[in-house]
Every structure is written in structure tokens, then in C-alpha cells.
Write a protein that binds this ligand. Structure first.
Ligand SMILES: *[C@@H]1O[C@H](CO)[C@@H](O)[C@H](O)[C@H]1NC(C)=O
Ligand SMILES: *[C@@H]1O[C@H](CO)[C@@H](O)[C@H](O)[C@H]1NC(C)=O
Ligand SMILES: *[C@@H]1O[C@H](CO)[C@@H](O)[C@H](O)[C@H]1NC(C)=O
Length: 304
């Protein structure tokens, strides 16, 4: 027990930044240990003056009389005592966290941490212990239902490559987790969604044709856009609500004119997510410009 706690305690800084490598800690033995705690995750638990309980140890054999101390010795002793007190404090905290976490069965998604009242941060989950190593994901506990957040390498708004033909510009997405693990997390969740935005200046998305697409988890070209919850081909959010800038089309960008327009919303077809890529076109001229944004895959709830 003590080894586990100490291990958990001292590995903290080394473990945290390496989100998905189960080998990153020397602490992964046969025991299933959750050890990714940063001090700032757990700050609310700390109330040192009031809650610290010093445990009186057994007295050991009497020590030898030491050499007379050098000048400055007492200050150093005091420093060491302070450090010791701090370690004891952290030890108490780590023990409490371990007790809280060692609740069988292991937690397959963030939704299974929901009742513990933790702060949002990186947590280990085990979506399928028979097939995958546990992985770190960001758990957002600040919303109504705990969310498992899966990030990728396309952060922020990205300019679409210049080319004119339909689907001539191909973009692929690299996630922090293997696709099979993400699919398993989606399967274990009640809902998953992913935000997409297309900002355009004289560049269209569909115009009632498969001129652009997002690629499903299986690499299939999907011809609707975020916010079009019916999943009908060539629809954006405004097409469903009937308030596109030009009612002839089902996306704002399909008006295909200046000034700039915007189509955005969440893709919610759980069994097609995550988005693995995009195909864009109609962006060959200098007065044509387009940008897209892809949010993380966000899964909530428990399946079944
Ligand atoms: C973890 O260690 C094992 C055994 O050394 C190795 O086979 C595996 O590839 C390592 N995994 C990672 C993610 O580094
Ligand atoms: C967590 O959820 C809250 C509430 O929905 C949201 O405002 C916040 O941006 C989310 N944080 C992350 C990192 O996703
Ligand atoms: C997810 O569920 C689908 C359909 O329910 C199933 O075909 C697929 O094998 C599951 N994927 C994983 C990774 O378990």
C-alpha cells in the first residue's frame, strides 16, 4: 500500500504531460493504479491545518549521540521538517484519492467518474480492458453530464488549400487516441457530437451536389454539415430551419458570393463519428477563401 501511494505521489509530474503512454510511469505493475493527478486537480481536498492528522509512530531504538552541529544546522533541520510535513500532507491526500478511485469495476469512460465530484482534467479510462491499455482522456465534469473529450491535431481555424475542382483539397485528422479506442468509447456512450464550422468567401459547400464532404470513422464521404440533425444530403443547419441567407440553398455558403458567410453546428451521428477528414473544393480563385474548424469528439452518458 505504502509503495503504491509513494509511487503515485512521486510520479505525478513525470506522468501528467504524457497523456497516452501507459508505460510512462514506473508505477504500472500488476495492480491497477490511477495516478494522473496534478496538485491543482486536487487542491479543493487540501485543508492542511484542520485536516492533517499526524500519526504517532512506534519509537525506534535510541540513536547514537551525534557530532556537535555546525553553524546553520538548525535552519537546515527546520527546512527538512517542513518538507517532511509537506510530503506527509500529500501522502494523506494521495491515500484518499486512491481509496476513492479503487472502486471496481474500472471506469470505461468519463461518465463513470461522474459521481465522484472531481475537477475536470486528464483521467485514465479503460474502454475495453480485454483489447486496449487504459488511456488518458480529458474529462469535463463542469457540464450537466460528464463528457469524455478526444482531441486531435487540427486545432483552431484552418485555411482550406487553394484548388478549384470538387473535393480537390483533402484534409486528414490525427487523433490523440487510436480510432478503435474512440469507437469503443462512442459505443459505450449515450451520445457523441463533434463541432464543425465552415467560413467562406465565394466558396460553396454543396449546392445540392456532393461537392464537399466530411469523412466518417470508416472513411465514407458524408454530404451534410454540422447542425443538420436529420443527416439529409446537402443540408446545413440553416437548411433545416429554413433561414439560409439565400432560401434557394440549404447552406449559407451555398449562396457562393461575397461577403463572407458561415455554416456551423454539431455533427451528432454517433455511429459515423469521429470525423476522420474533409474534402473541399471551389477555392481556386484569389477572391475565393474558406476556413474550417473541427472541435474534439465529445461523448456523454452511458450506453444501455
Ligand atoms: C509498453 O511496453 C511494452 C513492453 O515493454 C511494449 O511492448 C509496448 O510497445 C509499450 N507501449 C508503449 C505505448 O510505449
Ligand atoms: C467543459 O464544459 C463546459 C460547460 O459545457 C464548457 O463551457 C467548457 O468549455 C468545457 N471545457 C472543455 C475543456 O471542453
Ligand atoms: C461498436 O458498435 C457497433 C454496432 O453496435 C459494432 O458493430 C462495433 O463492432 C462496435 N465497435 C467496437 C470497437 O466495439
Amino acid at each position: 500500500m505504502l509503495n503504491i501511494v509513494l509511487c503515485s505521489l512521486f510520479m505525478l509530474p513525470a506522468v501528467l504531460p504524457q497523456t497516452n503512454n501507459p508505460n510512462s510511469s514506473a508505477c504500472t505493475g500488476s495492480t491497477h493504479i490511477y495516478y494522473n493527478y496534478a496538485p491543482d486537480h486536487v487542491a479543493p481536498f487540501i485543508a492542511p491545518e484542520r485536516n492533517m492528522q499526524r500519526v504517532q509512530g512506534k519509537s525506534g531504538p535510541r540513536g547514537q549521540k551525534g557530532e556537535p552541529g555546525q553553524k546553520g544546522e538548525s535552519a537546515r533541520t527546520e527546512g527538512l521538517e517542513n518538507r517532511l510535513a509537506k510530503v506527509e500532507e500529500e501522502l494523506t491526500l494521495a491515500k484518499r484519492q486512491l481509496d476513492a478511485l479503487r472502486v471496481p469495476p474500472s471506469r470505461p469512460t468519463c461518465a463513470y467518474y461522474d459521481e465522484l465530484d472531481f475537477e475536470s482534467g486528464y483521467y485514465l479510462i479503460s474502454p475495453d480492458p480485454t483489447r486496449f491499455q487504459p488511456v488518458y482522456v480529458y474529462c469535463n465534469f463542469s457540464q450537466h453530464s460528464a463528457a469524455t473529450i478526444m482531441n486531435h491535431d487540427l486545432t483552431g481555424e484552418i485555411e482550406v488549400e487553394r484548388c478549384e475542382a470538387r473535393k480537390c483539397s483533402e484534409v486528414s485528422v490525427n487523433y490523440n487516441l487510436p480510432l478503435e479506442v474512440m469507437i469503443q468509447i462512442a459505443n459505450l456512450s449515450a451520445e457523441c457530437k463533434q463541432y464543425v464550422k465552415f467560413r467562406c468567401q465565394s466558396v460553396f459547400l454543396f449546392r445540392n451536389s456532393p461537392a464537399a464532404a466530411w469523412l466518417s470513422r470508416g472513411g465514407i464521404a458524408m454530404h451534410y454539415w454540422g447542425g443538420a440533425t436529420s443527416g439529409r444530403d446537402y443540408y446545413c443547419a440553416c437548411g433545416e430551419t429554413g433561414n439560409c441567407v439565400d432560401p434557394v440553398w440549404k447552406c449559407n455558403c451555398d449562396k457562393n458570393s461575397a461577403p463572407e458567410a458561415l455554416d456551423e453546428g454539431f455533427l451528432t451521428t454517433k455511429d459515423a463519428l469521429p470525423v476522420t477528414g474533409f474534402l473541399f473544393g471551389d477555392n481556386g480563385d484569389n477572391e475565393e477563401n474558406a476556413w474550417f474548424t473541427l472541435g474534439p469528439l465529445v461523448c456523454t452518458g452511458r450506453q444501455g
